[in-house]
Ligand binder design. Structure first.
Ligand code: FMN
Length: 191
């Protein structure tokens, strides 16, 4: 038997380019908390990317339709919080409602912790919290793309490899190769 033989090449079909996110979606899903004019908010985020290790830069898309957009743009601060699968429904619920209408910390029973370098709150129930300051706003107007520097990281030492959620779009999440379908919980039109 030839152990170096390549795997069989699967047959491919045309695929809509607007849907390639189903295969290239980064993970894990995070919760982005912010604070502006005495009010705190949280949004769910799947579209982020590491840009640089040192300084620790993270790029992400925050739609200008989101209440968080104005809060984070005005203050130049946020916290990127890492939920585990224990918070799956909360992750979806937070992404289904606007902070313009409700206090999401109160509505979803989350605890706001004090950050060291930013006014935005940490979400205590999350496995890790990364305090961020806006590093470059050059791409916000054109792409809603924020480049943050992580200025402080708080991480629970255990479990070393927490079970995180990875969003494939259309209500589908991947967990370490498994899938959770939350499509039924999504509001109409949400992908
Ligand atoms: C799994 C998931 C991932 C999401 N990823 C993003 C994202 O990367 N960027 C974005 O702007 N909105 C994203 N959203 C949508 C926002 O979380 C959603 O619009 C939220 O209600 C915004 O809250 P806000 O209006 O209080 O800021 C995502 C939603 C879900 C459920």
């Amino acid at each position: 038997m030839n152990m170096s033989a390549p795997n069989a090449a699967p047959r491919k079909k045309d695929f809509p380019v607007s849907e390639v996110r189903r295969y290239l979606e980064p993970g894990p899903v995070v919760l982005v908390s912010s604070r502006c004019q005495g009010k705190s908010n949280i949004m769910t985020m799947g579209w982020h990317s590491i840009l640089e290790f040192s300084p620790s830069l993270v790029g992400c898309v925050i739609s200008s339709a989101n209440h968080s957009f104005g809060m984070i743009r005005a203050t130049g601060e946020c916290v990127i919080n890492l939920p585990t699968t224990a918070l799956t429904d909360t992750v979806v619920n937070i992404g289904n409602v606007s902070g313009a209408d409700i206090d999401k910390f109160a509505a979803f029973g989350l605890t706001a912790g004090k950050a060291k370098h930013v006014a935005a709150p940490l979400i205590a129930e999350c496995h890790a919290n990364f305090e961020c300051k806006l590093y470059d706003d050059a791409l916000i107007d054109e792409y809603n793309y924020f480049i943050f520097e992580v200025v402080k990281a708080h991480v629970a030492p255990q479990p070393e490899h927490p079970e995180t959620l990875h969003y494939k779009g259309d209500g589908i999440f991947m967990i370490s190769g498994g899938i959770i379908n939350k499509k039924a919980m999504f509001r109409p039109g949400m992908r």
